[in-house]
Ligand binder design. Structure first.
Ligand SMILES: [Fe+2]
Length: 193
């Protein structure tokens, strides 16, 4: 099925192991409370990446993007927690949340070692890939399967915001690539202290 291959492509982009995308671990089969948990974990992962960017990067555009991620993903998480409290339910941990979390731990370790332009590009490219993969999951696996109307509305509103993030991430990657090229061309200039 077309959607299923899209979903599997998204899952693979999130570094899920082949076992994790077997039939019994189908993102489209998660219930509302599991989907809510995945979204909460995914939001918190992007917030962690953003804090890492603020700790390491001196690039103004990267820092501005990171601050936007913290602001927007915290706002979505607050709305999600308020809705779950109103519905008197708890989000449910599941294979996809766990895979996302494990993948992010590895990436945080890797990115923590980088500095300067190398960090900025790794962060920007990951933000682009991460938003593409999560948006694909939300649009094609989650929203069509969410049963509760209020939860679905929250995801639809979230997707709009995250698509804007995806566009910003794409522009950030292009801009950093342009800066890298300009630096290459100026590479024979003497460097000041
Ligand atoms: Fe984001």
């Amino acid at each position: 099925m077309k959607f299923k291959s899209l979903i599997i492509a998204g899952a693979m982009a999130l570094s899920l192991t082949p076992a994790a995308i077997a039939e019994e671990n189908d993102p489209a089969a998660l219930n509302d409370l599991e989907i809510a948990h995945v979204a909460y974990v995914a939001d918190n992962i992007d917030i962690r990446y953003a804090h890492l960017a603020l700790a390491i990067s001196d690039n103004e555009a990267v820092r501005e993007f990171a601050n936007t991620m913290i602001r927007d993903h915290e706002a979505v998480n607050e709305q999600a927690l308020a809705l779950l409290a109103k519905l008197e339910v708890q989000p449910q941990d599941n294979f996809l949340s766990q895979n996302l979390q494990a993948g992010s731990e590895e990436l945080i370790n890797e990115m923590s070692q980088l500095r300067g332009a190398a960090f900025d590009m790794r962060y920007a490219e990951n933000e682009l890939g991460y938003h593409q993969a999560v948006n694909n999951l939300v649009e094609n696996a989650f929203i069509p399967n969410i049963e509760n109307a209020e939860v679905k509305a929250l995801f639809e509103a979230g997707l709009e915001i995250f698509k804007v993030h995806e566009g910003h991430a794409e522009a950030m990657v292009a801009s950093l690539a342009g800066e890298a090229e300009a630096a290459d061309h100026g590479g024979h200039e003497g460097k000041g202290s």
